[in-house]
Design a protein around this ligand. Structure first.
Ligand code: 13P
Length: 330
């Protein structure tokens, strides 16, 4: 366990964070299609190479979360992505959940799959170079109806089971109970749901004797839903997000990372800077950083458009965004 604790801590080098490059085959294909890029396996490999082999990314990234397809692929330098990341001092990790399906008793809500053969898969991922893992649960807000307490609780139980298996396999688990940004809800509602979700998660982790000093929490920010007219100010987001975390997250958790959740790249950057400043002001016990997918990749994808001749320009945009996000957490 001592090893896991020190690995978990070492993600939080000042100014560094985690790139979530773990979109499933389905999500990656859809993401590329939204930029007019038709994607098969080779195009998805080039898409990963664009980001994972970008020179200089190692100055801002302590880890990258990969999807299983990418763990087996090589970059244009003919090295396995996981090997070249590790050589540059970036921990390779792997998304191990197998996606979500509707809950039979509440079909508008989702439960995450993938526990059944997890211990066997973890052995393979570890052999392939993974140092850490991620499991994403999805919590949806809709008026006063959703989320239900039972969806939050069931997802928390699976996160706890996952965390135990992963620690047993000698890897660091990232626990991601994502409270979705999609919806009309207020920031206050998002905060309440964040408190309920994180409060439930940490009490279920305790009941299941998961050692919280060897897990990383990946969380949403407390922000108004994307269909709410109200635009949050970043100090408001910071205040509510830190209040929710202070209420629920034990101090022995070695660090907390944020997802971008569909915020614009600038919003995700400015809100993060405000959250980190607030945490410092209130002497929050854990280091905080980013673990973004869209907010780090979107600008570069629109420059790249799947074309080799745009690659250098796209990488420059990616590194520029990394610099801004890194400055936000410094
Ligand atoms: P976004 O930053 O695009 O929300 O993605 C983070 C992530 O890992 C979602 O599972």
């Amino acid at each position: 366990m001592t090893d896991l604790i020190s690995i978990a801590r070492s993600f939080f080098v000042p100014g560094k964070g985690i790139l979530a490059a773990d979109e499933s085959v389905h999500s990656a294909t859809a993401r590329l299609a939204s930029y007019g890029i038709e994607a098969g396996e080779e195009m998805r490999r080039q898409y990963r190479d664009l980001f994972l082999s970008a020179p200089g990314a190692e100055d801002y990234l302590s880890g990258v979360i990969l999807f299983s397809e990418t763990l087996e692929q090589k970059g244009n330098d003919k090295k396995l992505f996981s090997d070249s990341l590790a050589e540059r001092g970036i921990f390779p990790g792997i998304k191990v959940d197998l996606g979500t399906e509707p809950i039979s008793t509440s079909p508008q809500e989702l439960i995450t799959q993938g526990l059944l053969d997890l211990p066997e898969r973890l052995i393979e991922y570890k052999k392939q170079g993974a140092v850490f893992t991620k499991w994403r649960a999805v919590i949806r807000i809709d008026g006063d109806e959703l989320p239900t307490a039972s969806a939050i609780h069931e997802n928390a139980k699976r996160l706890a089971s996952y965390a135990k298996d992963v620690q047993m396999a000698g890897l660091v688990p990232i626990l991601e109970p994502e409270v979705l940004h999609e919806g009309k809800h207020s920031r206050q509602k998002a905060k309440e749901v964040l408190v309920e979700t994180l409060g439930t998660l940490f009490s279920v982790l305790e009941e299941n004797a998961v050692d919280c000093s060897g897990v990383i929490l990946k969380t949403s920010m407390a922000i108004s839903g994307d269909k709410n007219q109200k635009k949050d100010l970043s100090p408001e987001v910071a205040e509510d997000t830190i209040a929710a975390l202070m209420e629920c997250v034990p101090r022995q958790v070695p660090g907390i990372v944020f997802l971008s959740g569909g915020q614009s790249t600038d919003e995700a950057t400015v809100n993060l800077a405000a959250i980190v400043a607030k945490a410092r002001e209130l002497q929050a016990p854990w280091p905080l950083t980013f673990s973004y997918a869209r907010a780090l990749q979107d600008e570069a994808l629109s420059v790249w458009q799947g074309k080799e001749e745009n690659k250098d320009a796209a990488r420059k945009v990616f590194i520029d965004r990394l610099k801004k996000v890194s400055a936000a957490v410094r």
